[in-house]
Design a binder for this molecule. Sequence first.
Ligand SMILES: O=c1ccn([C@@H]2O[C@H](COP(=O)(O)O)[C@@H](O)[C@H]2O)c(=O)[nH]1
Length: 465
Amino acid sequence: MLSREELVLRLFEIEAVKFGSFTLKSGIVSPVYVDLRVMISYPSLLKEVSELLWKKAEEANVQYKSLCGVPYTALPMATCISVDHDIPMLIRRKEAKDYGTKKKVEGNCEKDSVCLIIEDVVTTGSSVYETAEILEEAGVRVTDAIVLLDREQGGKANLCNKNITLHSVFTLTGVMKILVEKEKIKPNQLQEVKSFLAKNNSFKPSTIHRSLSFRERGMQKQTHPVARRLFDIMEQKQTNLCFSADVDNFAELLELADKIGQYICCIKTHVDIMEDFSAQNIKSLKELSVRHNFLIFEDRKFADIGNTVRSQYTGGIYKISDWCDITNAHSLPGPGIVSGLKSSLDDKSTRACLLIAEMSSQGNLADSKYKQSTVEMASEHGDFVIGFICTSKVSENPSHIHFTPGVKLINGVDGFGQKYLTPDEVIRRRGSDVIIVGRGITESANRIKTAKEFQEAGWMAYNRR
Ligand SMILES: O=c1ccn([C@@H]2O[C@H](COP(=O)(O)O)[C@@H](O)[C@H]2O)c(=O)[nH]1
């Protein structure tokens, strides 16, 4: 085995770590460049490095069942550890297969077992987190990651905010100190890199843990009256569960609303799947919403120009604006959609809208720019838009409420690409506020008991953040 110093010198020799002036993909000019891809050309060094990564996990006493290298550079490292120590490996695909199983993870994903992530270099931590998300979708848990070199640019803290502990074999400044000692680089190069690192730190302090309570958010001056009612209900009934009542007849819907009404803050409907829609049935639902103190959210997902959505909201057979407290809309058509919807309301204090910033389905087209523009649109229409359909916290405005669909008690994916996350992942780790649960309840043999379980899981996750 090489000593730590010898290993650093080898990495320097093979130019896996270089000093000078390098323009990064981001356009930033960096005085240091790390490229551990070259290591596959030096198998004995690769083996040494892999052994160090494994030892780091042992020292940190990480308990895990399998390991997964972040593609591509860490893949051979994970493979060496797997073979040398007889530890099952998982491979994360960069692209899901577009045929057959469409799997994103290869290998045996034992439900709820812990998978250790192996990475070569961490800067912001985003590649580790992306890999963790995909592994968790496949049903395994990620608690720790081992990295050969931490560039000390905020990755460790960012991952910590996501509940992943990063253990590093080397830090960039640690490597540089060895190189200064061995007179391979000058002390001023170390200083230059240190000041570069200080100026280029990616750490984003999470506001999730320090966020205000639902009660406090309901009391903000700019909070819309409908959002205020919802915050009040959530605190009063200690529930952030929105039940997605995706059944096709009112007898079943009303029975469910009555039986599980005590556990929910909101019921979500798709009126256009009901076979027996009638004003009388809606009246009965309204009565139940008053008796059990929950709001009604019609998941209409408006997506047309302002003039059309105005008619769709108020007219036709459903007359949605007459009875639903909350509806939702895609931001795709632009701000006209919000203006169109709200223009039909005489009293804007009793009706509100959520914008769809993200979707829970695999392969959806809402990218980060779309999400950001959606949040800007919401901010411009605070008199009607109270929050978002999203899969993570998208807005820092405490008056905005985040609703997340695709929730079950275990992670997974349905046959049409609907991705499921747990209440803990959605509320505590991702910072959303309300879990939307449909089939997790309707497909249960004991719907009432299961609704209570979701209520407890959602509320516990809120209290733990
Ligand atoms: O991105 C989205 C937006 C809306 N939905 C709706 O939520 C429920 C989820 O039902 P499950 O049975 O819990 O999967 C359903 O009504 C969708 O239309 C969503 O899933 N994803």
